[in-house]
Design a protein. Structure first.
Length: 137
């Protein structure tokens, strides 16, 4: 019986820790200005690793690698060229000022914010935001 309660306690603690680790608007707004910048540096570093993950299995297939790299470079230029950590952090702060956006995860909010910075029409962004509000996970 003790092992049952110990297991239940550990489960409850892990669930609580998971809830705190959810990277969404509530989490973002709790972070310091300097931590937001640090987080975004890691986010961009993760994108570079993701680039390698996207073609790593197909390095023998030059045509495939060229397509993947072409796609990555196209979107990197479209959405990230001349965008600074500060600009993105400011955009996320602005996005999460709307309480309805707080459950949207950071990586999705980054996507929406980069679309706004890149000049995606506001009507299209509004539709995307509504979809993310309905399906925040």
């Amino acid at each position: 019986m003790k092992s049952f309660w110990l297991t239940a306690l550990l489960f409850a603690l892990s669930f609580s820790l998971y809830a705190q680790d959810r990277r969404d608007g509530t989490w973002w707004l709790e972070q310091s200005h300097s931590y937001k910048f640090t987080y975004l540096v890691g986010f961009f570093d993760g994108m570079n690793l993701g680039e390698k993950f996207s073609y790593g299995k197909y390095t023998d297939d030059k045509g495939c690698v060229d397509k993947v790299m072409g796609s990555f470079d196209f979107y990197k230029d479209k959405f990230l060229k001349d965008v600074t950590n500060g600009q993105l952090a400011d955009g996320l702060d602005e996005f999460y000022k709307d309480y309805r956006n707080r459950k949207i995860r950071i990586h999705d909010a980054v996507w929406l914010t980069l679309n706004a910075i890149a000049g995606t029409p506001q009507a299209d962004i509004d539709k995307m935001v509504e979809n993310f509000r309905k399906n925040p996970d």
